[in-house]
Design a binder for this molecule. Structure first.
Ligand SMILES: Cc1ncc(C[n+]2csc(CCOP(=O)(O)OP(=O)(O)O)c2C)c(N)n1
Ligand code: SF4
Length: 245
């Protein structure tokens, strides 16, 4: 078998697919960090997933965590450098399906870090396998006839869970999307609130962002937008579930 070696993206470029939402989210985080005057005082803890193909384009200091472990890694960095703005950037597969223990522990202890979770309802980088957020009936590489919720569980709602469950006292939890000007602006405000919460020492903040994955959904960017505004938002409503006190 021929092994094809892919050349890594050059500094300042990325390998994201056309129409992918990751690039918009990264841009929003960069804008907010600049507006908060923190561009020389931040570090991203990158999860494993398509974010890795975008890291050469990121204007952040960065640390690559092991798969699913970004929240725990962010806690460690924040504890030794409490003066630095520390945020985990992960996909839903990384933060939930694989890394839920770390994500829940960070939220449960109200660690003073921020978590951004790009929810594209599948494992994007590895070819579109089912994740905890995959919709019932959704066809993926590992649910070829559609997700069977009885067998594999129902869609998972992390921001609602940490905002509303007894025993959790997080600072901020919200869900946004990046599908049009309105949702992009709303998501930017959420990103700002989350990072401001950390700067004020208020504790754990999380923003989950619904994001298109045209390649693995086998849809055009326009169809992806309709998929998010329709069935995905019906399952995952946008909004703030825990606002800052
Ligand atoms: C321990 C381990 N298990 C599995 C993998 C393979 N793997 C790499 S990226 C990835 C999917 C990541 O999906 P997600 O976190 O949803 O991010 P996306 O690519 O969709 O942005 C998987 C399963 C790995 N690198 N390490
Ligand atoms: S596979 Fe999906 S999430 Fe990954 S870069 Fe392509 S469109 Fe984006």
């Amino acid at each position: 078998m021929e092994i094809v070696k892919k050349t890594p993206a050059k500094l300042g470029t990325h390998d994201l697919c056309p129409g992918c939402g990751h690039g918009i989210v990264i841009r929003l985080i960069e804008e907010v960090i600049e507006e908060l005057g923190q561009e020389n005082n931040q570090i991203v803890i990158a999860g494993v997933g398509c974010v890795c193909t975008a890291t050469p384009a990121m204007r952040f200091d960065r640390f690559q965590a092991a798969h699913g472990r970004a929240a725990a890694t962010a806690e460690g960095v924040k504890r030794v450098r409490p003066d630095v703005l520390v945020f985990a950037y992960q996909g839903d597969g990384d933060a939930y399906t694989i890394g839920i223990a770390e994500s829940l522990n960070a939220a449960y202890r109200n660690e003073n870090i921020t978590q951004f979770v790009i929810n594209n309802v599948n494992f994007g980088m590895t070819g579109g396998q089912m994740s905890w957020t995959t919709l019932p009936g959704q066809k993926t590489m590992t649910s070829v006839s559609g997700r069977n919720a009885e067998l594999t569980g129902l869609p998972f709602h992390f921001p609602e869970m940490v905002a509303g469950s007894k025993g959790f006292h997080v600072a901020y939890a919200a869900r946004g999307a990046v599908i049009d000007a309105k949702t992009i602006n709303q998501t930017k405000r959420m990103i700002r609130s989350a990072l401001e919460a950390q700067l004020n020492g208020e504790g754990f903040s999380v923003v989950e962002i619904l994001s298109p994955c045209p390649t693995n959904w086998h849809m055009s960017p326009k169809q992806c937008r309709e998929q998010i505004t329709g069935p995905i938002i019906a399952e995952y409503p946008l909004g703030e579930f825990k606002t800052r006190d």
